[in-house]
Every structure is written in C-alpha cells, then in structure tokens.
Design a protein around this ligand. Structure first.
Ligand SMILES: [Fe+2]
Ligand SMILES: [Fe+2]
Length: 273
C-alpha cells in the first residue's frame, strides 16, 4: 500500500538527493545566520550557483543584468526567493541520466508557466512578480516527486492529457497536493505553497488566490504552446471566466503569448533541449 506522505518525507532524506538540496531544505531559523548559510551552501555547488544567478537575472525578478553572485541575489531578491530558486534548480538534479529528458521537458514547461505567471502578476497586482515566477516554476514539482518515487507507475501516465484523473486513481492524490507536501516546512513563502497546491482547483483556494490564479491561468496559456503533451492544463470555459473575473482580457493573453514566443529559443537553450 502506497503511503505518499511518508514516501515524500523519505524522499527529502534520500541519499540520492544532492547534499546541497538537503542542506538548503534544512536552512531554517535564524535569519542572519540563514542568509550566510544559504549563500555558502549554494556556492558550494558551482553549477547550481551559476543556474541560480542566471535565473535571478531574468527580467521577471526586476534586476536583470545586475546580479553577479549569490550574495547579490540574496540582497536584491531576498532570502526566501533565492531559497525557492535554489530548491527549484536543485530538485532537477535528483534524477538519474535516464530520466533527464523527461525532467527537462517538465522543467521547460514550468519555466514557461513561471514567465506567464510573472507577466500576469503585473495585471493582477497581488504580490511581487518574483513570487508569481517562483510559484510557476515550482507548480508541478509534484510530478517530479511522483516520477522519482514511483517511476514504473508514473512514467506511462506522466504526459497523458487526463493526468489528474490517472494520478488520483493510482495514488489517491494529485500532483498539486504532492507539490504542496514536498514544499511544506521548507521556509518557502506560504503564498507559493498555497498557489502550487491549488493550481488546478482554483475555486477551492481561499487564501492567496491572486497568486494561485496567475499560475492556474498560465497553465492554460502555456498549453497552447506545448504540443508534446507536457502541459497539464487546458484552456477551457472555466479559465476564460476566471480570466474576465480577474479583470484580464484576451489582449493580456496575447501579450503573454508574444513574450513566450520571443523567449522560446532561450528557454530551450537554458534547459539544453
Ligand atoms: Fe499541474
Ligand atoms: Fe503544469
């Protein structure tokens, strides 16, 4: 009998998780010490540090081209955002070479949702664009967790259009809840954890609804770009209703689509796809 909760806990402690990831997850408590530790932990892993700095310089965080190292990233973006960024980056290192293509596809999907969420954030002024970006980046981390814990069961369904139904039949729980479970107790801001938890069920979300809405709508927008079944959201009537009730218009969607088109190549390059 599968016990997701204890398996997720076990995953956080698995030796296959890079040491750096474990240490980032453990960086809690004392703010001042936390800042210092986080910087040192990330810098310990050169390739991780480079990815974090590259991502921190993306225009969606508002400091494009100004960040040369982790310390500057923490200073300009803040402890919580850099921590969330480092967790996102390092979680994709969990997987063996054989899974790397699947994980990269998911990662590119998450990056597109992150870009779309941060752009929508400008129009739905709920929080900073950085928080929306990271919510988008982490929204499907539950899919990566499923793949890591139960590869034989999850691989055949992970790019199916009725993914959520299949997850709940096979595991009794969907990836949004697993994303939330994985991120609990990590000092990642509450609004990020809640938005990933409700990114497919926006009507059930009662707190931080604005951030969750940006991710929910972004899933739908991005699904129009991905014809390889990676997107797990579909643009439908319910999304269109949410779009209008959030004060957005189809022009806003067109704007997001334009940016995603422009960024297409750089996303592929970033993930070496
Ligand atoms: Fe999802
Ligand atoms: Fe998604």
């Amino acid at each position: 009998m599968i016990n997701i909760k204890s398996d997720v806990e076990r995953l956080k402690n698995l030796s296959t998780i890079p040491v750096v990831m474990k240490r980032i997850l453990e960086t809690v408590g004392n703010e001042r010490k936390g800042h210092y530790d986080l910087g040192r932990i990330i810098e310990h892993d050169q390739s991780l540090a480079e990815k974090v700095v590259a991502m921190a310089n993306s225009p969606y965080f508002g400091h494009a081209g100004l960040i040369n190292n982790i310390e500057q990233a923490i200073l300009l973006l803040g402890f919580d955002l850099v921590k969330s960024l480092a967790i996102s980056m390092s979680v994709f290192k969990i997987f063996s070479k054989t899974e790397i293509q699947r994980v990269k596809k998911l990662w590119a999907h998450s990056y597109r949702v992150a870009i779309a969420s941060s752009l929508l954030c400008d129009k739905i002024p709920v929080t900073t664009a950085g928080v929306c970006f990271l919510s988008g980046l982490l929204h499907d981390i539950g899919r990566v967790v499923f793949l890591s814990l139960y590869p034989d069961i999850y691989k055949p369904i992970m790019f199916e259009s009725d993914l959520l139904e299949k997850e709940s039949t096979l595991f009794g729980i969907g990836h949004p809840e697993v994303s939330g479970m994985f991120l609990e107790n990590t000092l990642i801001p509450d609004e990020i954890i809640i938005s990933v938890r409700f990114h497919h069920h926006i009507k059930e979300c009662t707190k931080h609804k604005g951030v969750a809405t940006t991710v929910y709508l972004s899933e739908g927008i991005v699904s129009r770009f991905e014809n390889n079944n990676v997107a797990d959201g579909r643009w439908d009537n319910e999304m269109e209703e949410t779009l209008y009730s959030s004060g957005l218009s189809l022009e806003d969607i067109a704007f997001v689509e334009d940016v995603l088109n422009e960024e297409g190549d750089s996303i592929m390059k970033f993930f070496e796809l």
